[in-house]
Design a protein around this ligand. Sequence first.
Ligand SMILES: *Cc1c(COP(=O)(O)O)cnc(C)c1O
Length: 359
Amino acid sequence: MTVTLDDLPLRDDLRGQKPYGAPQVPLPIALNVNENTHPIPGAVADDIADAVAKSISGLNRYPDREFTELREAFASYLGHGLSPDQIWAANGSNEVLQHLLQAFGGPGRTGFGFAPTYSMYSLLVRGVGSEWIAGTRGPRYEITAEDAARQVREADPDVVFLCAPNNPTGTPLSIEVVEAVYEASRGIVIVDEAYFEFAPAEATSALTLLPGRERLVVSRTMSKAFAFAGARVGYLAADPAVIDALRLVRLPYHLSAVTQAAATAALKHSGEMLRMVDDIVQQRERISATLEALGYDPYPTWSNFVLFGGVDDPHETWTRLYDRGVLVRDIGIPGHLRVSAGTEDETSTFLDALAAIRD
Ligand SMILES: *Cc1c(COP(=O)(O)O)cnc(C)c1O
């Protein structure tokens, strides 16, 4: 007899829930989870390999629990006058967000975000026994400062998630919204800047708002712009007191010596690592323009992906792209699909396949 979850003494609040599940299938062109489609440059990869190799001889010892060197590297990468005691890191920004919820959420508390938004927020919120409250967006998934503040005041959440720019829609979030939500809330306000490096040069980071706002947290990741998704490294900047709170909930030595070595080495090459970003932005612009020419409805985006409407049957289009070796994402918004910008060749294959389907 096959054992199911119903046979286990599972937490009641986890019954009936679905795990995060973007399909992982080996197609030649994977444009479904917003990865950086460009590999790490060879010389940088060699340097990272050297650093990792050096770390191996010390693996009999636990790693630096405070990942001091890595925190220094993140502080200097981010700039804005940040110091290492304002930096936290973990195995992907998903773990960073989980640490925040373990410290500031929990049973009897609530987490809030403007739907549709990153699907992991509600899963992480429920995972710590908190209640998820979904706010709403205006036309074209935009949010105004006034409306955002009103919704947050009404919901009165313990933790607010602001995804800037928003996944899965790509929608930019103005710094005024962050300010207004902070003023309207009493809880922790997390600005998830996972895609910030893909925003226009004139975009203002929420990092500029940190001074004097001890409940504000800005999270980032190496998964997207740094082409480091497989290494699992995310980080945040906040008041040093927030960092102290996170020390209460992290597992001891949560960042392995191997991870610390790899990430620190990669950050020494941030210039080269980020060189792909301009090309990805160019491919994104080409996708948006071509989608429009094909009669689809692409949304404004400050990320490395494009959400587009005007898809009569998303499942059908998804399947026909799949059959041509191209994996995109059906994010469950009727009439819409999402595609990540690929390399120039990958992007061409996607656009040609879509044009062929459209005919
Ligand atoms: C991809 C993504 C992340 C990053 O997740 P990691 O755990 O760092 O790989 C965080 N937030 C959003 C909105 C994302 O799309």
